[in-house]
Ligand binder design. Structure first.
Ligand code: NAD
Length: 330
């Protein structure tokens, strides 16, 4: 099968080519993203392979359909950048990689917590300048703290297990309850209860109409003063402007984010010689209790290997007209 792979990063090709050794698909890599303004001719390609920075809206789907593309294969789990209804209407199948390494993301959320808490990033820089003072490095024990987890699917469950290991009390909120987590001591509550009773809250639910700006001014008003909020889910779960206000009033004590509302204009790019036009992220970076990482939670060797393997399996299943176990239908 001939596949056009968009938004290819230098680190991906090796993993994709290795996974494709036996399958033998014809992979063509493009560094540019796929969107309604793409100029790359797609005639002759059976499938496009995309990731989060590609914008597959109605217009893009119509353009793909005109060029006889029959498959959109996501190299990630979330699919909020694809108009699924339009794809269904044009009879273009959409597949994704629903899980590749939940531990990679859960462990990164933990890294954000520990860095914000114990301030190892500050200590690292300080010690290199022969400053061995403890001033400003005071942290707190995770042991005994109450951690709220929104979404206890694959990543949320892995995160709950890590927090249990630290000796935390875990309060969860999900529309589906996990019996396995309950057996380990996790208790399920309303969003309200989790908001009001957690020292740390970590977001692991998908972005959709119900969860968009889940953390807005109203939610920030109801958290315990000084709460730490961690977001490795999607940027749109948090209203950035309201988060800035909550940080300024000290109602929000710490913010650790691997995802950001305006990340498509920033993340995965070296902008070190550019003038950043996004004032909100610049303001966020000015707080010493905010830690931002550039959507790197998934970025482990194990996760890249799994993403490539499952993506190639998705191509092969489609080519062989097999049931698409990773198809996105709505
Ligand atoms: P999943 O589908 O296994 O779990 C999501 C859970 O959220 C489900 O249990 C679902 O019932 C629950 N949920 C849905 N709506 C909810 C709501 N309103 N309130 C509370 N819970 C709700 O997904 P996953 O693999 O665990 O991934 C979770 C999210 O993590 C993805 O949607 C994606 O946005 C994000 N993600 C981020 C990265 C990264 O690198 N930062 C990588 C992969 C995934």
């Amino acid at each position: 099968m001939k596949i056009a792979i968009f938004s290819t990063k230098y680190y991906e090709r090796e993993y994709m080519d290795n996974a494709n050794t036996d399958a033998g698909h014809q992979l063509t890599y493009f560094e540019s993203p796929l969107n309604a303004h793409s100029t790359i001719p797609l005639s002759g390609f059976d499938a496009v392979c995309i990731q989060l920075s590609d914008k597959i809206d109605k217009e893009t789907v119509t353009a793909l359909s005109k060029q006889n593309v029959r498959l959109i294969a996501l190299r990630n789990a979330g699919f909020d950048n694809v108009d699924i209804a339009a794809a269904v209407q044009h009879k273009i199948a959409v597949v994704r990689v629903p899980a590749y390494s939940p531990q990679a993301i859960a462990e990164h959320a933990t890294a954000l917590i520990l860095t914000l808490d114990r301030k190892t990033h500050k200590a690292y820089n300080r010690v290199r300048e022969n400053n061995f003072s403890l001033q400003g490095l005071l942290g707190f024990n995770l042991y005994g703290k109450t951690v709220g987890v929104l979404g206890t699917g694959k990543i949320g469950a892995a995160f709950c297990n890590i927090m249990i290991g630290f000796g935390c009390r875990v309060l969860a909120c999900d529309i589906k309850e996990s019996e396995a987590l309950k057996a380990k001591g996790v208790t399920y509550h309303t969003f309200e209860h989790v908001l009001q009773n957690s020292d740390i809250i970590s977001l692991h639910c998908p972005l959709n109409a119900h969860t968009h700006h889940l953390f807005d001014a109203g939610a920030f008003a109801r958290i315990k003063a000084g709460t730490m909020l961690i977001n490795t889910g999607r940027g749109g779960l948090i209203n950035t402007k309201d988060a800035i206000d909550a940080l300024k009033s000290k109602q929000l004590g710490y913010l650790g984010i691997d995802v950001y509302e305006g990340e498509e204009n920033l993340f995965f790019k070296d902008l070190s010689e550019s003038v950043i036009q996004d004032d909100a992220i610049e303001r966020l970076m000015s707080f010493n209790n905010v830690l931002i990482t550039p959507h790197q939670a998934f970025f482990t060797k194990e996760a890249l290997g799994e993403i490539a393997k499952i993506t190639i399996q998705n191509f092969t299943a489609f080519e062989n007209s097999e049931a698409l176990e990773n198809e996105v239908l709505s």
